[in-house]
Design a protein around this ligand. Structure first.
Ligand code: AMP
Length: 276
């Protein structure tokens, strides 16, 4: 496994690598959610590249950039074990040298939900993913459904800017009790870890209501909110039942919908979603 920290070397090595090439972008502190993407990439490509970069531009000033968990040693060991070929772990100055000005704005799909609650977040995401896809030119690029809106934003970006990758969306990996794996879960105290189950319980409630024929999105959202508000350590950022492609809020569900939410558990902001 080759670990690279400059753009020039990562570009050259990717260009000379056996094809197809699969890329898995991450912010590190890897867990089995990330590794499910790596395993899928390993099964489908001759070369697997993983990037580890805590992207400063997708955090706003009041967010947890400096507190975001990091463990490069453990990450590299997991990736070596999984048979990864290339790791790109640049420093922030390599990705954003002085004078850097360009930002990629993906428009409507990036303006809703997470975009509304984390202004500038998707500009940071789209800009760094655009750079990665341009540097690596992968045949396939892997993302997790855990970040459902991010997947839609990247698909739009890839199509609109003709970046030429196949965007592969992989299912959310959960703990046995339903909590979606996230690097941020490490920040939860035992009480908060317990409280964090409200996200999955609210999504399961939404799915059960939908499965039993409820089509009124407001009714489903109200049930989700009530359930979350019953947990004293949880504070709602948003609760949404939206069209799974446009992310516009629905009033009446005709087919599938994306139930999603952001919930603060203490200082930790968690997101999760389920197609219902
Ligand atoms: P992150 O390091 O949080 O930026 O995540 C890197 C990639 O892993 C993103 O495409 C995420 O959607 C994906 N990912 C994170 N957590 C999970 C999970 N629990 N299940 C599946 N994919 C995940």
């Amino acid at each position: 496994m080759k670990v690279i920290d400059t753009i020039a070397e990562f570009r050259n090595t990717s260009a000379g690598a056996a094809k197809p090439l699969g890329l898995v972008p991450t912010m590190g502190f890897l867990h089995q959610g990330h590794m499910s993407l790596v395993q899928r990439a390993r099964a489908e490509n001759a070369t697997v590249a993983v990037s580890i970069f805590v992207n400063p531009t997708q955090f706003s000033p009041n967010e947890d950039f400096s507190a975001y968990p990091r463990n490069m040693g453990a990450d590299l060991a997991m990736l070596r074990e999984a048979g990864v070929d290339l790791v790109f772990a640049p420093r922030a100055e390599e990705v954003y040298p002085s004078g850097f000005e360009t930002q990629v704005d993906v428009g409507n799909i990036a303006s809703r939900l997470e975009g509304e609650h984390r202004p500038g977040h998707f500009k940071g995401v789209a800009t760094v993913v655009c750079k990665l896809l341009t540097i690596v030119r992968p045949d396939r690029c892997y993302f997790g459904q855990k970040d459902a809106q991010q997947c839609l934003v990247i698909q739009r970006l890839n199509t609109d800017l003709n970046l030429g990758a196949e965007i592969v969306v992989c299912p959310t990996v959960r703990e046995p009790d339903g909590l979606a794996l996230s690097s941020r879960n490490v920040n939860l105290s035992p009480d908060e870890r317990n409280a964090s189950l409200v996200l999955y319980r609210a999504l399961s409630k939404a799915k059960a209501m939908r499965d039993s024929g409820v089509a009124d999105a407001e009714e489903i959202k109200l049930a989700m909110r009530n359930l979350i508000e019953g947990e004293p350590l949880a504070q709602i950022g948003y609760v949404s039942v939206a069209d799974p492609f446009t992310l516009l809020e629905l009033s009446n569900i005709d087919g599938q919908a994306l139930a999603s939410m952001a919930v603060h558990i203490g200082k930790t902001r968690l997101i999760d979603n389920m197609v219902i």
